[in-house]
Design a protein around this ligand. Structure first.
Ligand SMILES: NC(=O)c1ccc[n+]([C@@H]2O[C@H](COP(=O)([O-])OP(=O)(O)OC[C@H]3O[C@@H](n4cnc5c(N)ncnc54)[C@H](O)[C@@H]3O)[C@@H](O)[C@H]2O)c1
Length: 416
Protein backbone atom coordinates (compact mmCIF):
# COMPACT_ATOMS: atom_id res chain seq x y z
CA UNK A 1 0.00 0.00 0.00
CA UNK A 2 1.31 3.44 -0.89
CA UNK A 3 1.95 5.77 2.04
CA UNK A 4 0.09 8.60 0.39
CA UNK A 5 -1.88 8.90 -2.82
CA UNK A 6 -0.96 11.45 -5.46
CA UNK A 7 -3.84 13.59 -6.73
CA UNK A 8 -3.68 13.36 -10.50
CA UNK A 9 -5.38 15.66 -12.99
CA UNK A 10 -5.69 14.58 -16.61
CA UNK A 11 -5.63 17.39 -19.18
CA UNK A 12 -7.05 16.23 -22.54
CA UNK A 13 -9.18 13.11 -22.03
CA UNK A 14 -8.91 11.74 -25.56
CA UNK A 15 -7.82 8.42 -27.02
CA UNK A 16 -4.35 8.43 -25.43
CA UNK A 17 -5.72 9.30 -21.99
CA UNK A 18 -8.49 6.71 -22.34
CA UNK A 19 -5.82 4.08 -22.89
CA UNK A 20 -4.13 5.10 -19.63
CA UNK A 21 -7.24 5.56 -17.46
CA UNK A 22 -7.45 1.89 -16.42
CA UNK A 23 -3.86 2.10 -15.05
CA UNK A 24 -4.68 5.37 -13.29
CA UNK A 25 -7.69 3.69 -11.67
CA UNK A 26 -5.81 0.59 -10.57
CA UNK A 27 -2.55 2.15 -9.34
CA UNK A 28 -2.96 2.22 -5.55
CA UNK A 29 -0.70 5.26 -5.25
CA UNK A 30 -2.85 7.41 -7.58
CA UNK A 31 -6.06 9.30 -6.84
CA UNK A 32 -7.68 10.18 -10.15
CA UNK A 33 -8.69 13.56 -8.82
CA UNK A 34 -9.67 15.70 -11.83
CA UNK A 35 -10.07 15.88 -15.59
CA UNK A 36 -10.01 18.84 -17.98
CA UNK A 37 -11.12 18.97 -21.60
CA UNK A 38 -12.53 21.59 -23.95
CA UNK A 39 -14.99 19.09 -25.42
CA UNK A 40 -18.32 19.09 -23.48
CA UNK A 41 -19.14 15.46 -24.49
CA UNK A 42 -15.82 14.30 -23.10
CA UNK A 43 -16.34 16.28 -19.88
CA UNK A 44 -19.82 14.79 -19.44
CA UNK A 45 -18.54 11.24 -19.91
CA UNK A 46 -15.62 11.82 -17.54
CA UNK A 47 -18.02 13.16 -14.88
CA UNK A 48 -20.34 10.18 -15.33
CA UNK A 49 -17.55 7.65 -14.98
CA UNK A 50 -15.84 9.39 -12.06
CA UNK A 51 -18.57 11.15 -10.05
CA UNK A 52 -16.10 11.96 -7.26
CA UNK A 53 -13.67 13.72 -9.59
CA UNK A 54 -13.50 17.42 -10.38
CA UNK A 55 -14.24 18.36 -13.99
CA UNK A 56 -12.70 21.44 -15.60
CA UNK A 57 -13.19 22.98 -19.04
CA UNK A 58 -9.60 24.15 -19.45
CA UNK A 59 -6.06 23.50 -18.32
CA UNK A 60 -6.04 27.02 -16.87
CA UNK A 61 -8.96 26.18 -14.56
CA UNK A 62 -7.45 22.88 -13.45
CA UNK A 63 -4.06 24.25 -12.47
CA UNK A 64 -5.77 26.76 -10.16
CA UNK A 65 -6.97 23.82 -8.04
CA UNK A 66 -4.57 23.63 -5.08
CA UNK A 67 -5.35 19.93 -4.51
CA UNK A 68 -3.95 18.79 -7.87
CA UNK A 69 -0.44 17.43 -7.21
CA UNK A 70 0.42 16.29 -10.70
CA UNK A 71 -1.01 16.69 -14.21
CA UNK A 72 -0.98 14.18 -17.05
CA UNK A 73 -0.90 16.23 -20.28
CA UNK A 74 -2.49 14.32 -23.15
CA UNK A 75 -3.78 17.18 -25.26
CA UNK A 76 -2.73 17.56 -28.92
CA UNK A 77 1.01 17.94 -29.41
CA UNK A 78 1.12 21.71 -29.87
CA UNK A 79 -0.21 22.23 -26.33
CA UNK A 80 2.41 20.06 -24.60
CA UNK A 81 4.91 22.88 -24.09
CA UNK A 82 2.58 25.72 -23.08
CA UNK A 83 0.57 23.48 -20.74
CA UNK A 84 3.68 22.03 -19.10
CA UNK A 85 4.97 25.54 -18.44
CA UNK A 86 1.56 26.65 -17.14
CA UNK A 87 1.34 23.65 -14.80
CA UNK A 88 4.90 24.16 -13.53
CA UNK A 89 4.19 27.82 -12.80
CA UNK A 90 1.30 26.62 -10.63
CA UNK A 91 3.51 24.16 -8.75
CA UNK A 92 2.22 20.99 -10.42
CA UNK A 93 4.39 18.02 -11.33
CA UNK A 94 3.99 17.00 -14.99
CA UNK A 95 3.86 13.82 -17.04
CA UNK A 96 3.74 14.94 -20.66
CA UNK A 97 2.65 12.66 -23.48
CA UNK A 98 4.77 12.04 -26.54
CA UNK A 99 6.21 13.91 -28.35
CA UNK A 100 7.41 16.08 -25.53
CA UNK A 101 7.27 19.22 -27.71
CA UNK A 102 7.45 20.43 -31.31
CA UNK A 103 11.04 21.70 -31.19
CA UNK A 104 14.12 21.89 -28.97
CA UNK A 105 13.44 25.48 -27.90
CA UNK A 106 10.06 24.45 -26.49
CA UNK A 107 11.57 21.44 -24.76
CA UNK A 108 14.28 23.59 -23.17
CA UNK A 109 11.67 26.08 -21.96
CA UNK A 110 9.69 23.21 -20.38
CA UNK A 111 12.75 21.92 -18.53
CA UNK A 112 13.66 25.44 -17.38
CA UNK A 113 10.12 26.13 -16.12
CA UNK A 114 9.98 22.86 -14.16
CA UNK A 115 13.45 23.40 -12.71
CA UNK A 116 12.56 26.95 -11.69
CA UNK A 117 9.36 25.82 -10.00
CA UNK A 118 11.03 22.82 -8.36
CA UNK A 119 8.54 20.35 -9.88
CA UNK A 120 9.23 17.00 -11.54
CA UNK A 121 8.84 16.50 -15.28
CA UNK A 122 8.49 13.08 -16.91
CA UNK A 123 8.55 12.56 -20.68
CA UNK A 124 5.86 9.89 -20.90
CA UNK A 125 6.78 7.88 -23.97
CA UNK A 126 4.81 4.86 -22.76
CA UNK A 127 6.16 1.93 -24.73
CA UNK A 128 9.79 2.36 -23.67
CA UNK A 129 8.71 2.01 -20.02
CA UNK A 130 7.38 -1.47 -20.80
CA UNK A 131 8.78 -4.60 -19.17
CA UNK A 132 10.04 -6.07 -22.47
CA UNK A 133 12.24 -3.06 -23.10
CA UNK A 134 13.46 -2.88 -19.51
CA UNK A 135 14.32 -6.57 -19.53
CA UNK A 136 16.22 -6.29 -22.83
CA UNK A 137 18.15 -3.37 -21.40
CA UNK A 138 18.92 -5.28 -18.21
CA UNK A 139 20.19 -8.31 -20.13
CA UNK A 140 22.37 -6.14 -22.37
CA UNK A 141 23.79 -4.35 -19.33
CA UNK A 142 24.40 -7.63 -17.50
CA UNK A 143 26.88 -8.66 -20.20
CA UNK A 144 25.23 -12.10 -20.45
CA UNK A 145 25.30 -11.94 -24.27
CA UNK A 146 28.52 -9.95 -24.59
CA UNK A 147 28.78 -6.51 -26.09
CA UNK A 148 25.80 -4.86 -27.79
CA UNK A 149 26.14 -5.11 -31.60
CA UNK A 150 23.03 -3.53 -33.12
CA UNK A 151 19.35 -2.69 -32.50
CA UNK A 152 16.71 -2.92 -35.23
CA UNK A 153 13.03 -2.11 -34.84
CA UNK A 154 10.33 -2.20 -37.48
CA UNK A 155 6.61 -1.47 -37.19
CA UNK A 156 3.89 -2.00 -39.81
CA UNK A 157 0.56 -0.69 -38.48
CA UNK A 158 -2.79 0.90 -39.39
CA UNK A 159 -1.82 4.15 -37.62
CA UNK A 160 -2.67 6.36 -40.63
CA UNK A 161 -6.27 5.27 -40.99
CA UNK A 162 -7.27 5.66 -37.34
CA UNK A 163 -9.62 8.63 -36.86
CA UNK A 164 -7.75 11.93 -36.64
CA UNK A 165 -8.47 15.54 -35.70
CA UNK A 166 -7.33 18.58 -37.70
CA UNK A 167 -4.21 19.08 -35.57
CA UNK A 168 -3.13 15.52 -36.20
CA UNK A 169 -3.27 16.24 -39.92
CA UNK A 170 -1.03 19.30 -39.73
CA UNK A 171 2.72 18.64 -39.41
CA UNK A 172 3.23 22.24 -38.24
CA UNK A 173 1.16 21.31 -35.14
CA UNK A 174 3.07 18.08 -34.54
CA UNK A 175 0.86 15.93 -36.79
CA UNK A 176 2.06 12.84 -38.60
CA UNK A 177 3.87 9.61 -37.92
CA UNK A 178 7.32 11.10 -37.28
CA UNK A 179 6.29 13.29 -34.33
CA UNK A 180 3.86 10.73 -32.96
CA UNK A 181 5.65 7.40 -33.32
CA UNK A 182 9.39 8.18 -33.22
CA UNK A 183 9.15 8.67 -29.43
CA UNK A 184 8.11 5.02 -28.82
CA UNK A 185 10.81 3.52 -31.01
CA UNK A 186 13.70 5.88 -30.34
CA UNK A 187 13.09 6.02 -26.59
CA UNK A 188 13.20 2.21 -26.58
CA UNK A 189 16.36 2.06 -28.69
CA UNK A 190 18.06 4.68 -26.54
CA UNK A 191 16.99 2.93 -23.38
CA UNK A 192 18.41 -0.44 -24.48
CA UNK A 193 21.59 1.10 -25.93
CA UNK A 194 22.34 3.45 -23.03
CA UNK A 195 20.92 6.74 -24.26
CA UNK A 196 23.56 8.69 -26.15
CA UNK A 197 23.23 8.62 -29.92
CA UNK A 198 25.85 10.38 -32.05
CA UNK A 199 24.09 10.84 -35.38
CA UNK A 200 20.90 10.17 -37.30
CA UNK A 201 20.03 10.10 -40.97
CA UNK A 202 16.43 9.49 -41.95
CA UNK A 203 13.61 10.28 -44.28
CA UNK A 204 9.84 10.04 -44.38
CA UNK A 205 7.18 9.11 -46.89
CA UNK A 206 3.84 10.82 -47.47
CA UNK A 207 1.95 8.60 -49.86
CA UNK A 208 -1.77 8.93 -49.18
CA UNK A 209 -3.60 11.81 -50.86
CA UNK A 210 -6.35 11.76 -48.21
CA UNK A 211 -3.79 12.14 -45.39
CA UNK A 212 -1.34 15.04 -46.03
CA UNK A 213 1.06 13.93 -43.29
CA UNK A 214 4.05 11.57 -43.08
CA UNK A 215 2.88 7.97 -42.78
CA UNK A 216 6.25 6.27 -43.16
CA UNK A 217 9.76 6.90 -41.86
CA UNK A 218 13.07 5.14 -41.63
CA UNK A 219 16.13 6.28 -39.73
CA UNK A 220 19.68 5.02 -39.32
CA UNK A 221 21.45 6.04 -36.13
CA UNK A 222 24.78 5.43 -34.44
CA UNK A 223 25.43 5.47 -30.73
CA UNK A 224 28.55 7.23 -29.48
CA UNK A 225 30.09 3.76 -29.17
CA UNK A 226 29.53 3.23 -32.91
CA UNK A 227 26.73 0.67 -32.34
CA UNK A 228 24.18 1.07 -35.17
CA UNK A 229 20.40 1.21 -34.81
CA UNK A 230 17.65 1.28 -37.42
CA UNK A 231 14.00 2.21 -36.89
CA UNK A 232 11.23 1.86 -39.48
CA UNK A 233 7.50 2.54 -39.19
CA UNK A 234 4.96 2.19 -41.99
CA UNK A 235 1.49 3.20 -40.81
CA UNK A 236 -0.49 2.80 -44.04
CA UNK A 237 -2.26 -0.36 -42.93
CA UNK A 238 -2.00 -2.52 -46.03
CA UNK A 239 0.13 -4.98 -44.09
CA UNK A 240 0.43 -5.20 -40.30
CA UNK A 241 3.44 -6.76 -38.59
CA UNK A 242 1.34 -8.92 -36.25
CA UNK A 243 0.90 -11.22 -39.28
CA UNK A 244 4.58 -12.05 -38.92
CA UNK A 245 4.32 -13.86 -35.60
CA UNK A 246 2.73 -17.35 -35.53
CA UNK A 247 0.44 -16.38 -32.64
CA UNK A 248 -0.59 -13.13 -34.33
CA UNK A 249 -3.09 -12.26 -37.06
CA UNK A 250 -3.93 -9.53 -39.53
CA UNK A 251 -6.21 -7.68 -37.09
CA UNK A 252 -4.95 -4.74 -35.15
CA UNK A 253 -7.70 -2.23 -34.42
CA UNK A 254 -9.45 -3.15 -37.66
CA UNK A 255 -9.87 -6.30 -39.75
CA UNK A 256 -8.35 -6.20 -43.26
CA UNK A 257 -11.88 -5.71 -44.65
CA UNK A 258 -12.52 -2.79 -42.30
CA UNK A 259 -9.22 -1.20 -43.33
CA UNK A 260 -10.22 -1.35 -47.00
CA UNK A 261 -13.66 0.05 -46.23
CA UNK A 262 -12.15 2.95 -44.25
CA UNK A 263 -9.80 3.79 -47.11
CA UNK A 264 -12.71 3.69 -49.58
CA UNK A 265 -14.72 6.08 -47.38
CA UNK A 266 -11.71 8.39 -47.10
CA UNK A 267 -11.31 8.49 -50.89
CA UNK A 268 -15.02 9.20 -51.33
CA UNK A 269 -15.16 11.72 -48.47
CA UNK A 270 -17.94 9.84 -46.65
CA UNK A 271 -16.08 8.85 -43.49
CA UNK A 272 -17.62 10.11 -40.21
CA UNK A 273 -14.23 10.64 -38.66
CA UNK A 274 -15.17 12.96 -35.77
CA UNK A 275 -17.78 10.43 -34.57
CA UNK A 276 -15.26 7.61 -34.80
CA UNK A 277 -12.72 9.59 -32.81
CA UNK A 278 -15.25 10.43 -30.10
CA UNK A 279 -16.16 6.75 -29.91
CA UNK A 280 -12.53 5.95 -29.05
CA UNK A 281 -12.42 8.56 -26.28
CA UNK A 282 -13.73 8.09 -22.74
CA UNK A 283 -17.19 6.52 -22.56
CA UNK A 284 -17.38 5.62 -26.27
CA UNK A 285 -18.20 2.20 -27.70
CA UNK A 286 -14.77 1.79 -29.32
CA UNK A 287 -13.11 2.87 -26.07
CA UNK A 288 -15.01 0.13 -24.25
CA UNK A 289 -13.89 -2.51 -26.72
CA UNK A 290 -10.30 -1.34 -27.07
CA UNK A 291 -9.31 -0.23 -23.59
CA UNK A 292 -11.86 -1.53 -21.07
CA UNK A 293 -12.49 -5.13 -22.09
CA UNK A 294 -10.72 -7.46 -19.69
CA UNK A 295 -9.19 -10.13 -21.86
CA UNK A 296 -6.96 -11.47 -19.09
CA UNK A 297 -3.21 -11.75 -19.62
CA UNK A 298 -2.67 -11.17 -23.33
CA UNK A 299 0.01 -12.52 -25.58
CA UNK A 300 2.31 -9.79 -26.93
CA UNK A 301 1.77 -8.93 -30.59
CA UNK A 302 3.65 -6.35 -32.65
CA UNK A 303 1.95 -3.02 -31.98
CA UNK A 304 2.89 0.60 -32.60
CA UNK A 305 6.39 0.01 -31.25
CA UNK A 306 6.91 -2.89 -33.64
CA UNK A 307 9.30 -5.81 -33.49
CA UNK A 308 12.62 -5.07 -31.78
CA UNK A 309 15.62 -7.28 -32.39
CA UNK A 310 18.67 -6.69 -30.23
CA UNK A 311 21.88 -8.27 -31.51
CA UNK A 312 24.81 -8.88 -29.20
CA UNK A 313 28.22 -10.49 -29.56
CA UNK A 314 26.93 -13.88 -28.38
CA UNK A 315 23.20 -13.84 -28.96
CA UNK A 316 19.97 -12.03 -29.81
CA UNK A 317 16.83 -10.82 -28.05
CA UNK A 318 13.33 -10.25 -29.38
CA UNK A 319 9.78 -10.04 -28.01
CA UNK A 320 7.94 -13.33 -27.38
CA UNK A 321 4.26 -14.05 -26.59
CA UNK A 322 4.88 -13.90 -22.83
CA UNK A 323 8.11 -11.96 -22.45
CA UNK A 324 11.22 -12.16 -24.56
CA UNK A 325 13.10 -14.81 -26.51
CA UNK A 326 16.79 -15.10 -25.77
CA UNK A 327 19.00 -16.83 -28.32
CA UNK A 328 22.57 -17.79 -27.44
CA UNK A 329 25.05 -20.64 -27.95
CA UNK A 330 22.84 -22.88 -25.77
CA UNK A 331 19.79 -22.45 -28.00
CA UNK A 332 16.56 -20.49 -27.66
CA UNK A 333 14.73 -19.73 -24.42
CA UNK A 334 11.60 -17.80 -23.50
CA UNK A 335 12.00 -15.54 -20.49
CA UNK A 336 8.43 -15.27 -19.25
CA UNK A 337 7.20 -12.21 -17.39
CA UNK A 338 4.50 -12.03 -14.74
CA UNK A 339 1.13 -10.96 -16.13
CA UNK A 340 1.33 -8.03 -13.73
CA UNK A 341 4.39 -6.68 -15.39
CA UNK A 342 2.34 -6.06 -18.56
CA UNK A 343 0.73 -3.21 -16.65
CA UNK A 344 1.60 0.16 -18.13
CA UNK A 345 1.77 2.07 -14.85
CA UNK A 346 5.54 2.61 -14.90
CA UNK A 347 5.31 6.30 -15.80
CA UNK A 348 2.96 6.96 -12.91
CA UNK A 349 5.15 4.93 -10.57
CA UNK A 350 8.25 6.86 -11.64
CA UNK A 351 6.46 10.12 -10.85
CA UNK A 352 5.14 8.89 -7.52
CA UNK A 353 8.55 7.57 -6.51
CA UNK A 354 10.15 10.89 -7.40
CA UNK A 355 7.59 13.07 -5.63
CA UNK A 356 6.87 11.02 -2.53
CA UNK A 357 9.92 8.81 -2.08
CA UNK A 358 12.59 11.25 -3.28
CA UNK A 359 13.85 8.90 -5.99
CA UNK A 360 15.36 10.15 -9.26
CA UNK A 361 13.36 10.87 -12.41
CA UNK A 362 14.88 8.75 -15.16
CA UNK A 363 12.68 9.76 -18.14
CA UNK A 364 13.37 13.42 -17.51
CA UNK A 365 12.82 16.45 -19.69
CA UNK A 366 16.40 16.11 -20.93
CA UNK A 367 15.75 12.46 -21.76
CA UNK A 368 12.61 13.38 -23.73
CA UNK A 369 14.44 16.20 -25.50
CA UNK A 370 17.10 13.76 -26.72
CA UNK A 371 14.41 11.56 -28.27
CA UNK A 372 12.64 14.56 -29.81
CA UNK A 373 15.98 15.53 -31.37
CA UNK A 374 15.88 12.36 -33.49
CA UNK A 375 12.39 13.12 -34.81
CA UNK A 376 13.63 16.59 -35.81
CA UNK A 377 16.74 15.04 -37.37
CA UNK A 378 14.56 12.82 -39.59
CA UNK A 379 12.72 15.90 -40.84
CA UNK A 380 15.99 17.76 -41.42
CA UNK A 381 17.91 15.00 -43.16
CA UNK A 382 14.87 14.21 -45.35
CA UNK A 383 15.63 17.63 -46.87
CA UNK A 384 19.43 17.71 -46.77
CA UNK A 385 20.13 13.98 -47.40
CA UNK A 386 22.91 14.24 -44.82
CA UNK A 387 23.66 12.85 -41.38
CA UNK A 388 22.56 15.07 -38.52
CA UNK A 389 25.02 15.25 -35.64
CA UNK A 390 23.03 15.09 -32.41
CA UNK A 391 23.90 17.47 -29.60
CA UNK A 392 21.21 16.99 -26.93
CA UNK A 393 21.78 13.34 -26.07
CA UNK A 394 21.87 12.10 -22.48
CA UNK A 395 22.46 8.73 -20.86
CA UNK A 396 19.90 6.86 -18.82
CA UNK A 397 21.02 7.72 -15.27
CA UNK A 398 22.68 4.97 -13.22
CA UNK A 399 20.34 3.13 -10.91
CA UNK A 400 17.46 2.72 -13.38
CA UNK A 401 17.90 -1.04 -13.83
CA UNK A 402 18.03 -1.63 -10.09
CA UNK A 403 15.08 0.62 -9.33
CA UNK A 404 12.81 -0.74 -12.07
CA UNK A 405 14.06 -4.30 -12.18
CA UNK A 406 11.99 -6.76 -14.20
CA UNK A 407 11.38 -10.12 -12.55
CA UNK A 408 11.52 -13.10 -14.90
CA UNK A 409 8.85 -15.52 -13.70
CA UNK A 410 10.13 -18.53 -15.65
CA UNK A 411 12.84 -19.39 -18.16
CA UNK A 412 11.72 -22.09 -20.62
CA UNK A 413 14.08 -23.85 -23.06
CA UNK A 414 12.47 -23.88 -26.53
CA UNK A 415 15.26 -25.41 -28.60
CA UNK A 416 18.99 -26.11 -28.62
N1 LIG B 1 1.35 7.03 -25.25
C1 LIG B 1 0.48 6.53 -26.09
O1 LIG B 1 0.46 5.33 -26.33
C2 LIG B 1 -0.49 7.48 -26.77
C3 LIG B 1 -1.59 6.99 -27.48
C4 LIG B 1 -2.43 7.91 -28.12
C5 LIG B 1 -2.19 9.27 -28.03
N2 LIG B 1 -1.10 9.72 -27.34
C6 LIG B 1 -0.81 11.16 -27.24
O2 LIG B 1 -1.92 11.83 -26.65
C7 LIG B 1 -2.08 13.12 -27.22
C8 LIG B 1 -3.51 13.27 -27.72
O3 LIG B 1 -3.75 12.33 -28.76
P1 LIG B 1 -5.16 11.57 -28.83
O4 LIG B 1 -5.04 10.51 -29.85
O5 LIG B 1 -5.59 11.21 -27.47
O6 LIG B 1 -6.08 12.72 -29.44
P2 LIG B 1 -7.53 13.12 -29.03
O7 LIG B 1 -7.96 14.19 -29.97
O8 LIG B 1 -8.41 11.92 -28.89
O9 LIG B 1 -7.36 13.71 -27.55
C9 LIG B 1 -7.05 15.03 -27.25
C10 LIG B 1 -8.05 15.54 -26.22
O10 LIG B 1 -7.62 16.83 -25.81
C11 LIG B 1 -8.74 17.70 -25.81
N3 LIG B 1 -8.25 19.07 -26.02
C12 LIG B 1 -7.88 19.65 -27.19
N4 LIG B 1 -7.44 20.90 -26.96
C13 LIG B 1 -7.53 21.10 -25.62
C14 LIG B 1 -7.22 22.19 -24.77
N5 LIG B 1 -6.72 23.34 -25.27
N6 LIG B 1 -7.46 22.06 -23.45
C15 LIG B 1 -7.96 20.90 -22.93
N7 LIG B 1 -8.27 19.83 -23.70
C16 LIG B 1 -8.05 19.93 -25.01
C17 LIG B 1 -9.62 17.19 -26.92
O11 LIG B 1 -10.96 17.63 -26.77
C18 LIG B 1 -9.46 15.68 -26.79
O12 LIG B 1 -10.40 15.11 -25.91
C19 LIG B 1 -1.03 13.25 -28.32
O13 LIG B 1 0.05 13.99 -27.84
C20 LIG B 1 -0.61 11.81 -28.60
O14 LIG B 1 0.73 11.71 -29.04
C21 LIG B 1 -0.28 8.84 -26.70
Amino acid sequence: MAEKQMNLGVIGIGVGASEMLPRMESAEFINLYAGADINPDVRKRFGERYPEAKVYDSAEAMVEDPNVDCVWISTPNMYHAPMTILAAEHGKHVVVEKPMALDIEQAEAMVAACDKAGVKLIAGHTQSFGPHIRLMRQIVNSGRLGALGAINVFAYTDWMIRPRTWEELDPAQGGGLVYRQVPHQIDSIRSIGGGKLRSARGTFGQWMSTRPIPGYYSVYMEFESGVPAIAVHNGYGYFVASELVPWGDANTRYTPEERNEIKRQMREGTRKEAEEKLSMRIGGEAERQLFRTDRGPRKWKPNDLGIIIVSCERGELRESPNGIYLYDDDGMRELKLDADSQNRDAELREMYNAVHLGKPVYHSGHWGMATLEVALAINESAKTHKDVILTHQVEMPAGYDEEYKVVVAEEVQISG
